[in-house]
Design a protein around this ligand. Sequence first.
Ligand SMILES: Nc1ncnc2c1ncn2[C@@H]1O[C@H](COP(=O)(O)OP(=O)(O)OP(=O)(O)O)[C@@H](O)[C@H]1O
Length: 228
Amino acid sequence: MIQMQDVWKTYPNGVMAVNGISIYIKKGEFVYVVGPSGAGKSTFIKMMFREEKPTRGEISIDGKNLSKIKERHIPYLRRNMGVVFQDFKLLPSLTVFENVSFAMEVIEESKANIKKRVMEVLDVVRLKNKARFLPHELSGGEQQRVAIARAIVNNPSVLIADEPTGNLDPETSWEIMRILEEINDRGTTIIMATHNRDIVDSMRKRVIAIENGRISRDEARGMYGYES
Ligand SMILES: Nc1ncnc2c1ncn2[C@@H]1O[C@H](COP(=O)(O)OP(=O)(O)OP(=O)(O)O)[C@@H](O)[C@H]1O
């Protein structure tokens, strides 16, 4: 569960990126965040995993107030939140397997358990057969699937994706969307910022539209049991 209460963000240069947003996202929801370029979508999303701090207002994840989490506890918060970006952000000198296992909470885990879990998530993204490949040996869609595997390897309750299909062709984008839906079906909350109108229009999910740092629309789009 994610809750924002009258959240504002002004950057040090004076840009007012988010201007009074309040939202409630239930566990297991799939939410699109849409809006014009510069509307504040990334800022809104970055505050959820404390990449940016709000200037004002409160954000809580699973009942924990983010502003009260001490710096040294942020890695624990991040472990419960997977993040996927437009540009994949894989480590170029590590194999697919290593990129995913690197993100794992390895303390007290046996090598066998790590391998089992990594192969499990590579199976989810259908890349078990490319575990030994390096990122540059993969297509863009495959690289994004590795990034998704890395994001879910610690079983996060929330997966945040900022323009995950931004660098991909339509067909590859649909492949990524099918994988995200599958992950959502298993109970992970998904929050995805996107400019892809086709995807938003054809997958019936909640849509939060942001304009000038405010919510201009919040529609259930047929999501059963949710009223906006
Ligand atoms: N680190 C920063 N410092 C100063 N201003 C910033 C910073 N990051 C973003 N901004 C500004 O905040 C506003 C909102 O930016 P943000 O990246 O949140 O928008 P966005 O909706 O994600 O845009 P896009 O769709 O183009 O990615 C913009 O005016 C942007 O220039």
